[in-house]
Design a protein around this ligand. Sequence first.
Ligand code: 1HE
Length: 278
Amino acid sequence: MNLVMHDNNNPRNPANSMTPSPDLDIDIRGAVAVIRLNRPAKRNALSDALVLAVRDAFENLPATVRAAVLGGSGEHFCAGLDLSELKERDAGAGLHHSRMWHAALERVQYGPVPVVAALHGAVVGGGLELAAACHIRVADDTAFYALPEGSRGIFVGGGGAVRIPRLIGAARMTDMMLTGRVYNAEEGERAGFAQYRVPAGQAFDKALALAQRVAENAPLTNYALVHALPRIAEQPADQGFLTEALMAAIAQSAPEAKARVRAFLEGRADKVKKASET
Ligand code: 1HE
C-alpha cells in the first residue's frame, strides 16, 4: 500500500470520502500537499482507478493545505491513458469515460489550491493533459512532450483539446497529433508547455520551492488566480473587466490584504527585486 496520508484532519470534506489508491502517494508537508503518481512499472499510466484517485485527492485536501505539487515516480511523469484498459466502447461509454477524466482534471484546475506540476521524462497523451490542468509546470531537462493519440487512432479525451492549445496554440497541437512530433525539454519550454526548465533531477525540488512560495500568498489572491483569471480570460472584454473589478474588490477587502499593504508602506515587507536578484 503506497498511499501515504499524513493528515486526516479534513474539514473541507469527510475523510472517509477518500478513495485510497495504491498508485497515488499523498504526503502533506505543512502547507503543501505533495501528490505523486506511483505506478513506475507502468510509467504512471493513468488507469481509471488512478484518475479517480487524483480526483479524490484534490477534492479532499485538508483545509490547512495552501498549494500542491503533482509529480510522478520513476523515470517518467506519466505515459498517459492506461492503454491496457482501452476497450471497445460504444459512443455513449466513450463519452462518459472522457467526461470522467474531465471531472477529475477539473478538480485539479479548479480545486482548492494552486498546483505546481513537476515534470520529467515522458509527459505524453493523458499525462500532458493532466500537466496542462496544473497552474505552474516545472520541467527538467529529461522531459519530453507528445500526443501519441494521433498514431493510436484515437483523440485526446482528458480536456487536452481545450487546455493544450491555450498553452502552445492550436497549430502546434495539430502538428503534434498529425505527425507524432515530440518536443524535448528546451523546445517545450520555448513552445509554452512549461514556465520553468531546470537541470535533470531538479524538477521536484524547484516545484516544491515554488509551491511553498505560492502557499505564502493571501488565500483570496490564490483563489482569484485559480478560479477567476482563467474564466476572465474566456469572457468578452467588457464582461472580463467587470469580473476583474468584482474580484479585485473582494480580494482587497480582506483584512490580510490590508495588513500586507500596510506592512509594505511601513517598510516591513520585501520590495520587488530586479529579475537578476531573485
Ligand atoms: C503502459 C503505458 C500506457 C507504458 N498504458 N501500459 N500513451 C502512449 O501511447 C505512450 C505509451 N508509452 C510509451 O510510449 C513508453 O512506454 C514511454 C515512452 C512512456 C516509456 O518508455 P520506456 O521504454 O521507459 O517503458 P516501456 O518499456 O515502454 O514500458 C514499461 C511498461 O509500462 C510496459 O509494460 P510491461 O508489462 O511490458 O513491463 C508498458 O507496456 C507499460 N506502459 N506506457 C499501459 N500508456 C483521456 S484520453 C488520453 C489518451 C492517451 O493518453 S493515448 C496515449 C497513451
